[in-house]
Design a protein around this ligand. Structure first.
Ligand code: IMP
Length: 424
């Protein structure tokens, strides 16, 4: 058996939470492999909006095991708060949620350092979610990070103390003022780790997943953020601090590349981005504003308004190439309902087509567009197969499949788990 991967092909916020929840009944395990609480995976269940930040999106499905993999960075108070909020919805986690011993922890100092570095950047700031992601991965790769499993050992408290002292030293060097409630934050952090450890023993995630595959069980690796925010392949430095492409599922979970099966690539029918950085198809006009309002494009983690623009074929083809995507999922086609004209950027000026090498600095790219007549969708329940969709939407979907040379397997037409069409 092989593990499938699901990831976003844009700048995040493509609707991964809902897609994983929809696919989860076909899987025994859902495993998050990178990122941390900078993610906000939104699900609508029976009219209730639920946002998951660290917990894998398979948690709402009976009989589905969920793993927070070694590639994820965990902020203990946030994870505990997420667990407690879901318990209030009647969810039982025991035996359903595993946490890798090797997952690195976001310490209180990491969050302060994130703020200190961002404010020092002034006009050049990245637009980080300020969740401590960058500093936590920095410590991981500098080999003085602290892992979930470390906190279960006799040296846990001492390791935390030493790391915290070092963070305080760095923060002072940057001239950043410490918050007066820092001692409370530290105590809350320690209490949260202890509470998590008492309910969730640190696991060997790689061993669990490889055993599951040996037994013929199915695994879906759940990505966070989006391919164009990859630390290596995104528009550096306007990226997150982890690898968001499919290779990261191997290192972030401990699964070998020859055990990866399908790679599902998720994209919105238009583009959005939060934070700074190049966005070639960004709309600065009323159409962009209409997209933002219609799509409720405000950050699930920070509430910030998202920048909006047309679908970008060169960027999509680049993301597909980086991850070996073999099946596509399109979301939010319903948001474009009612638009008279819909555009797709088909290439950047000066380049042959959307399959040309993707420019390292896409801020200088000028997109050329192809125009499509809009569509009007009836409520999603009216459609039980793709052939029933408005002809203009079908033309748009056929064009994308043709240009990307890949099948669209699912079409999401609304936020609820029932509002999705499977194409065969
Ligand atoms: P950080 O990962 O919080 O440091 O943020 C770095 C960049 O990635 C910023 O532009 C963020 O807005 C963006 N980012 C981080 N996580 C997400 C996400 O889950 N969805 C969309 N954008 C994100």
């Amino acid at each position: 058996m092989k593990a499938d991967v699901l990831l976003g092909l844009q700048w995040g916020d493509e609707g991964k939470g809902k897609a994983v929840d929809v696919l989860a009944p076909s899987y025994n395990w859902i495993a998050r492999f990178q990122g941390g609480p900078n993610a906000g995976h939104t699900l609508w269940l029976d009219g209730n909006k639920i946002v998951l930040h660290t917990i894998p999106s398979g948690i709402f499905r009976e009989d589905c095991m969920n793993l927070i993999g070694n590639g994820v960075v965990i902020h203990p108070p946030s994870l505990l708060q997420e667990i407690k909020a879901l318990r209030q919805h009647g969810l039982n986690f025991v035996g359903k949620l595993m946490i890798s011993a090797k997952a690195h922890l976001i310490l209180p100092g990491h969050r302060l350092l994130d703020q200190a570095y961002e404010s020092a950047k002034g006009d050049h700031k990245i637009g980080s979610t300020l969740r401590g992601i960058g500093p936590a991965y920095t410590d991981k790769y500098a080999r003085h990070g602290l892992r979930y499993g470390d906190m279960a050992g006799a040296q846990g408290a001492a390791l935390f103390g030493a790391a915290h002292e070092e963070h305080l030293r760095q923060i002072k060097t940057l001239g950043f003022e410490l918050p007066t409630d820092l001692p409370n934050q530290v105590q809350e952090w320690i209490d949260a780790v202890n509470e998590l450890l008492s309910d969730f023993s640190p696991s060997d995630g790689s061993w669990l997943l490889n055993q599951a595959l040996d037994k013929g069980q199915k695994i879906l690796a759940e990505g966070a953020q989006g391919s164009l925010l990859d630390v290596e392949f995104g528009a550096y430095p306007f990226v997150t601090s982890s690898h968001t492409t499919s290779a990261s599922a191997c290192t972030g979970l401990g699964i070998a590349p020859n055990r990866i099966g399908n790679v599902y690539g998720l994209f919105k029918a238009y583009c959005t981005r939060v934070g700074s950085g190049p966005f070639p198809t960004e709309l600065h006009d009323q159409t962009g504003e209409t997209l933002r309002r219609a799509g409720q494009e405000f950050g699930a983690t920070t509430g910030r308004p998202r920048r909006c623009g047309w679908l970008d074929l060169p960027a999509l083809a680049y993301a597909i190439r980086l991850s070996g995507v073999n099946q596509l999922i399109i979301t939010k086609a319903d948001i474009l309902s009612g638009f008279e004209e819909i555009k797709i950027a088909t290439r950047y000026q000066g380049l042959d087509n959307h399959l040309s090498p993707y420019p390292d600095n896409s801020s200088e790219c000028i997109p050329e567009y192809k125009s499509f007549p809009g569509w009007n969708l009836a409520p999603s329940q009216s459609y039980s197969n793709r052939q029933q969709l408005p002809q203009n939407l079908q033309t748009y979907l056929n064009y994308l499949e043709d240009q990307l040379n890949l099948p669209i397997r699912w079409i999401s037409l609304g936020p609820e788990r029932t509002q999705v069409l499977e194409c065969h």
